[in-house]
Design a binder for this molecule. Structure first.
Ligand SMILES: [Fe+2]
Ligand SMILES: [Fe+2]
Length: 483
């Protein structure tokens, strides 16, 4: 069983970590469970806790068939602890301990560092559920409502994943951290979540799709880096989380693509060729492309801040300690120690943006952010294909990494979305020009009305190409009335 292919699905907590024979941890998790359910009921999806939702639940870690789909009331969802199967004779792939057998226990010298990594990752999971809790009220279809809830229950499971590691490997301190993870609240003045983007509001569905496109993609990058860890239980945990994460980004990226598709179709039907004629586009009840661009600018820049300082000794230490690797570390062909290497980093020097070579070890945040930017740019490219196919002349783009930053090199820089340094006057006008204005937000909000008839969609978003679990277009993804 500990090799992690069989899942014990019968108990309170489905798992493939043999909880039945690990009574201390089982008791810790069972003690934590009621608090988690209280948190879910208080801070999880508002108003749909008794609805039957067509959800996938992880019942295996076999890549070929790990999930089953069925109607579930969310508070009864089986949040389990699932680690990807162990790899025989796995060796630490990077850092000071490269080539040594992976650790099954936490090395004493790295306890504090590892605990911090787990807590930061763990804190993001419930945060996003809190940020999204009001969205059910305005879902544009039952299909989208179900996707929202799927993302929410899986973020809940990701919290379980981190809490398991804390409780199993960090004793009393781990149990205290697990309690704290339920105590902090997104956006709360006194007890906020740990990272900025997870304290922002997610007020509408365009924001939700942008968040799942960009911020869940940060999650993917962080999990991919932690999946390389020399601490094998963390590696296995993150590898399985990544299979779920892919769906979150799918929800975001296809959500935005469907909005763009609908906007372009409505523009064509109304004979509007100029995408910047915002008034005309809004008159036909869809979201104009310039507003979509502004939302990209906002969510992309907020997400970049999650990567931390470009030059970071913490990142270097975590790599040296063989705890957190690079994106796809095992596919890279250098020496995986980086001791004498350099990496190009964009820096702010005398108010200008210049590229500098810095020691590769201290530039690991920057490197992960670069990998993120490449990944995100591919998604924007797919959105542009949708616009292109409609024949409308407009291109979406990622803003420059120096735009609208609160953390790192560019915090003090007055840069526009192209990375040009602005004078004071231009800078004063920049927020309205590049970020959603109150008017933009009010317009988007005005479109947010719930659509709950089976198979129907709000007028500002196109239906998906295929259903979830290959269900037909008129499938009832959420049974709201059957409480
Ligand atoms: Fe997650
Ligand atoms: Fe996610």
């Amino acid at each position: 069983m500990p090799d992690g292919t069989d899942v014990d699905y019968d108990g309170l907590i489905p798992n493939n970590v043999d909880l039945n024979h690990d009574l201390v941890v089982r008791r810790a998790l069972e003690t934590w469970h009621p608090g988690y359910i209280d948190w879910w009921n208080d801070m999880g999806p508002e108003g749909f806790q008794q609805a039957l939702v067509y959800l996938r639940t992880a019942v295996s870690v076999d890549p070929k068939g790990w999930a089953k789909f069925d109607y579930v009331r969310m508070p009864e969802y089986k949040w389990g602890i699932l680690l990807a199967p162990g790899v025989d004779n796995r060796k630490i792939p990077f850092g000071r301990h490269k080539g040594e057998p992976v650790w099954q226990e936490v090395p004493g010298e790295y306890r504090a560092m590892l605990r911090r990594l787990l807590v930061i990752q763990g804190d993001t999971e419930p945060a996003s559920v809190e940020q999204q809790r009001h969205l059910g009220a305005t879902a544009p279809s039952l299909y989208d409502l179900r996707n929202l809830f799927q993302v929410n229950v899986e973020e809940g499971r990701h919290l379980w994943a981190m809490v398991y590691l804390l409780q199993k490997y960090f004793g009393t301190q781990g149990r205290e951290e697990a309690e704290e993870l339920l105590r902090r609240r997104s956006g709360h003045q006194d007890t906020p979540r740990m990272l900025g983007a997870f304290n922002e509001a997610t007020p509408d569905w365009l924001s939700f799709f942008m968040f799942t496109t960009f911020t869940d993609r940060d999650g993917k990058m962080q999990l991919a880096a932690l999946a390389q860890s020399g601490f094998d239980p963390l590696s296995r945990t993150c590898r399985f989380m990544l299979t779920e994460e892919a769906h979150h980004m799918f929800v975001g990226e296809t959500g935005v693509a469907r909005i763009i598709e609908r906007t372009c179709a409505a523009m064509r039907a109304a004979g509007i060729a100029d995408a910047t004629n915002v008034g005309a586009v809004r008159d036909v009840g869809v979201i104009d492309l310039p507003t979509i661009q502004k939302k990209i600018n906002l969510h992309f820049s907020l997400t970049l801040d999650l990567f931390g300082n470009e030059i970071s000794t913490n990142a270097a230490n975590a790599f040296n300690a063989s705890l957190k690797g690079r994106f796809r570390e095992d596919k890279l062909t250098d020496d995986h120690e980086l001791l004498g290497d350099t990496y190009p980093v964009l820096r702010c020097v005398n108010g200008a943006i210049i590229e500098q070579q810095v020691p590769a070890l201290s530039a690991l945040n920057m490197r992960l952010r670069d990998d993120f930017v490449d990944d995100a740019a591919a998604g924007v490219g797919r959105w542009n294909k949708v616009i292109e196919r409609s024949g409308i002349e407009f291109r979406l783009a990622l803003p420059h990494v120096a735009f609208n930053r609160r953390i790192g090199e560019f915090t003090a820089l007055k840069a526009d979305t192209e990375g040009r340094i602005l004078g004071d006057d231009e800078w004063a006008r920049a927020p309205d020009k590049y970020l959603p204005t109150t008017d933009d937000n009010l317009y988007v909000t005005s479109l947010m009305r719930p659509v709950r008839e089976t198979g129907a969609f709000a007028g500002w978003i196109a239906p998906p190409k295929v259903g979830i679990d290959n269900k037909p277009g008129n499938f009832e993804y959420v049974k709201i009335e059957e409480s």
